[in-house]
Design a protein around this ligand. Structure first.
Ligand code: FEO
Length: 395
């Protein structure tokens, strides 16, 4: 059911408590998600965004309890991805002539997904749509995170409808940021940034600066996932500016997978060596085969360096390590150091393969990596500790 946000704005979204993966299996959603959309009533009424298609009937049924659908004058689609446009087919069956306001790219994406010739009205940054006393102002937000994304600003109420930006995959009954569990909120917000927005960081900074230059008063940021930022909404903007600026903490993350625990023994010895050389650096250690990949990516995002280890198998590397390295490559992290390690019995190619992949992904290699043949003995473990100390001293 709807939640009244302000005099003119009602949340009409869906909370998806059961969701555990998003984008197929690419993104884990330990805390579910929500598909937020909003009804804005003035002399005219606008609906901003819809919900994911599995919830289309529930969404339209709920919406009918809020408003006669024929009283919706405009539909605003800030972003065409199916988690926000998926209920359009169901909705447009009821009100097929209603104009849809979106960017040129969003019109292309909606036509490509739904194959309908709806009444599209293409808007650009600065275009306005009067609702009566209040206006909607459109701001294109290309690549945040799709080429079709835009923000919509509501005058009078001073609300930025930011769609995916500033969102979190977080289903919570507490709809406002100040009421939500703060640890969960920030964990989901940084995970969302790290896993979705990292490659577009330069554009994030540019867009935020552009929006700030408009000097629009801001009472709330209404995102399309997770909480509404009503208490000091600038806090998440400041976080985004910080996260977009080659963010890192004093952290080294060790990621490995292991066949017979030999690479694991190396990982732990390396950790011991880092700690002996630096008592303050945060060290985190993850078996890539046993840890959620998006949680690992969040830790990579926070790290100043990562160490990646794998046994050698079939002249290559273990599949879990290959998978996480593919994700790391796509996210185009900047300003981070790295090194590889691994045990082997015969070929021993893993360290070179990992080093090459890290280099291709934009990491500065600290050294050529550490290989150990067979089970590391006391001497080899000492060497791993020295390798760890060398990593710690690379800063
Ligand atoms: Fe929440 Fe890009 O969709």
């Amino acid at each position: 059911m709807g939640v009244k946000i302000t005099e003119s704005v009602t949340w009409v979204g869906i909370r998806d408590w059961e969701l555990r993966t998003f984008h197929g299996e690419e993104y884990s959603t330990h805390r579910g998600s929500s598909y937020n959309c909003y009804l804005v009533r003035d002399e005219k009424t606008a609906l901003i965004d819809t919900v994911w298609s599995p919830f289309d009937k529930e969404f339209v049924a709920n919406l009918k309890k809020e408003i006669d659908l024929n009283e919706i004058d405009y539909i605003i689609i800030n972003h065409g991805e199916v988690d926000h446009s998926g209920a359009l087919l169901q909705l447009m069956n009821a009100i097929p002539e209603t104009p849809i306001y979106c960017t040129k790219n969003a019109a292309t994406s909606l036509k490509g997904q739904y194959h309908k010739d709806w009444n599209f009205n293409v808007v650009k940054t600065g275009d306005k749509l009067s609702l009566g006393k209040k206006e909607l102002i459109f701001i294109e937000a290309r690549m945040l995170h799709w080429p079709d994304s835009m923000f919509t600003y509501l005058t009078g109420e001073n609300i930025l409808f930011s769609n995916d930006a500033f969102g979190q995959h977080y289903a919570t009954e507490e709809i406002y940021n100040d009421l939500a569990d703060q640890c969960a909120l920030y964990q989901e917000a940084i995970k969302y940034y790290a896993n979705i927005l990292t490659p577009f960081s330069a554009l994030v900074t540019e867009k935020i600066k552009e929006v700030l230059s408009f000097n629009l008063p801001l009472n709330m940021i209404c995102t399309s996932h997770g909480v509404i930022w009503r208490d000091n909404p600038a806090q998440i903007i400041e976080k985004y500016l910080s996260w977009a600026d080659n963010y890192q903490e004093n952290q080294i993350t060790i990621i490995y997978d292991t066949m017979w625990d030999n690479t694991k023994k190396m990982a732990e010895a390396i950790k011991k060596g880092i700690r002996a050389a630096d008592s303050e650096v945060v060290i985190k250690l993850f078996n890539a085969g046993k840890t959620d990949k998006n949680d690992i990516i969040t830790e990579v995002f926070k790290s100043k360096a990562i160490l990646v280890g794998s046994s050698t198998i079939n002249n290559g590397i273990l599949s879990s390590v290959a998978g996480i390295l593919e994700m790391i490559k796509g996210l185009a992290f900047k300003n981070k150091k790295a090194a590889a390690f691994g045990s082997y019995g015969w070929g021993g190619q893993a360290v070179k393969i990992i080093s090459n992949l890290l280099k291709e992904s934009g990491f500065e290699l600290i050294n050529e990596g550490k290989k150990v043949m067979w089970t590391p003995d006391e001497n080899a473990l000492k060497e791993c500790e020295e390798f760890g100390a060398q990593i710690a001293k690379a800063f």
